[in-house]
Ligand binder design. Structure first.
Ligand SMILES: [Mn+2]
Length: 228
């Protein structure tokens, strides 16, 4: 079975409960569509859990990307959080949910820090795969329709972590887009805390870090799962 969820944002308890609800088997695959860290308290803890799992693949979100940039800069001795241009980026990240990620990263020893940075650096930007004869494209997000190339994998990395999709447009007749990044209540208030589906697009960020449930969808059965 292929399962997809997104935007864990440090919500370890919901993530852990979801794994037991879906009863993830060794032969299943779980894709997490980015933003593992920031906002909630336990992003680093989730990363350590992901690192030891062979059948869970986390794609990169804008928060994972930013955390990688800031934390790897901080590993360099010449960088301090008081230093000019970097200070501004650091302050912005801290205020945009980076604080718990920063604090928990600082508690790690050097070897653990390098393990986390290596994992963040290796997070892919997208995954394309077929389930039951249907092609799917997974990414944290996609650009607006007019900026979408002929093949979704040709999108720029920036668009795949920061794009703003047109949810009311069909992008491809033969590919279903599966994305996170935008809590589904912002797509359609009726889908508050629920997976949104329409126009060959499935949006799975139910807003777990904003008090809504964590959602997960099984693409083989289209069954949805929720953890409050
Ligand atoms: Mn995001």
């Amino acid at each position: 079975m292929i399962y997809v969820m997104s935007d864990l944002h440090g919500c370890y308890e919901k993530y852990s409960k979801m794994l037991s609800i879906i009863d993830l088997k060794e032969t299943d695959m779980l894709y997490i569509l980015g933003d593992v860290v920031d906002r909630g308290p336990d992003g680093i803890r989730i990363l350590f859990d992901l690192i030891r799992r062979k059948n869970v693949i986390a794609l990169r979100g804008n928060h994972d990307h930013k955390a990688l940039f800031i934390l790897s800069q901080l590993m360099k001795e010449e960088t301090t959080t008081a230093n000019g241009q970097f200070a501004k980026q650091f302050e912005y990240w801290i205020s945009d949910g980076g604080l718990p990620t920063y604090e928990n990263f600082q508690k790690l020893d050097k070897e653990e820090k390098l393990i986390i940075l290596d994992y963040l650096r290796a997070m892919p930007f997208f995954k394309k795969l077929e389930v039951n004869g249907q092609m799917y494209f997974f990414a944290h997000t996609v650009p607006e329709k007019e900026s979408m190339p002929e093949e979704p994998e040709l999108c720029s990395k920036r668009e795949l972590i920061l794009g703003e999709p047109d949810y009311d447009e069909i992008y491809f007749d033969n590919i279903i887009l599966v994305t996170g990044h935008t809590p589904t209540e912002l797509i359609d208030k009726k889908y508050e805390g629920r997976v949104w589906k329409g126009n060959n697009h499935i949006a799975v960020d139910c807003g777990a870090s904003f008090g809504y449930p964590l959602g997960c969808i099984c693409l083989d059965t289209m069954q949805e799962y929720y953890v409050d």
